[in-house]
Design a protein around this ligand. Sequence first.
Ligand code: IPM
Ligand code: MG
Length: 371
Amino acid sequence: MEKKIAVILGDGIGPEVTNQSIKVLNMIAKQYGHQFSYEYALMGAVAIDETGNPLPDETIAICKNSDAILFGAIGDPKYDNDPTAKVRPEQGLLKLRKELQLFANIRPVKTYPSLQHLSPLKAKHLENVDFVIFRELTGGIYFGAKSLSEDGTVAKDDCSYSVMEIERVAHLAFQYAQKRKQHLTLIDKANVLETSRLWRKVVQAIAKEYSDVQVDYLFVDNAAMQIILNPAQFDVVLTENLFGDILSDEASVLAGSLGLLPSASVGTTAALFEPIHGSYPQAKGKDIANPMGSILSTAMLLDHFGMQEEANSVRAAVDWCLNNGFVTKDIDTSNSYTTTAIGDMISEFIERHAKGEKHPIHERLHKSTII
Ligand code: IPM
Ligand code: MG
């Protein structure tokens, strides 16, 4: 297959982790006979520095003209601590989501037996954790009208949702649940918020079309507690934009490292793939960041292309590295490998896997790349 991929390296560790994903994609192309072409585009702090705009029009055009978008990370500390900054890197990502109508953000959360010791939770709570968060991504308080009174003493952020906005993401979540354990949990705050009551009404109505899916409803405060107390109860979690942002970071600690979690943002036409971690500026350029969140996002990109076998070989490679201790510093401080080395190992695994060769990966690679 021939596919055009827009690549947005972004800020901080974005470029170094995304480069490992490109390495992996190139190996997939070579082994499975595909042609991937890449077009690079600017977004975030790096785009502000070069053009004054966190999302130049050219980036939107490149993204619209591609089959998928691979994105690294966004954010720079020089903007984080300046609440008066008029232009911020994050505006680029929010605008891109809106422009491309990427209304569903899919964030899978699972635990790995070999990493249980890294989680702050007791091992017994981590067994059988395997759920997917469907976060609505282009509505709610993120995109409502914002204002600050002239004297600067009162601020407002409107939160609104239409039936259509709820329906389109809910249908995707129900369809996903049908392919999994047929269980969907809607998380809202329907005891307080009007928007949440609309979510509940719409989801209750849609549920009738998916009678094979069992539906639960949880208030977000309780859900935040349940994710820690009994995360194995979830299969597909459906929620609005802000709750999904918060709960997905919370859920990421279950896996043991934020660096492992991938995500896909999809709409009716475009699709964007990115790790859920941020730009981790302290690690920028040090070759220590975990590239697995980006590489697993690449597996989701391959799923999106209908390349199941290819996607599974990427996931098998990541599993193999995790099970055999080939990990970055965030996972093992005393015996860690560089970002580049993990990318190399995953690519080599894919090559051997495709050729039907046995593992383990070449000794030379292990010895020479440990840091
Ligand atoms: C995320 C991030 C973004 C969000 C930021 C960078 C705007 O936290 O993708 O979860 O809040 O959506
Ligand atoms: Mg977030």
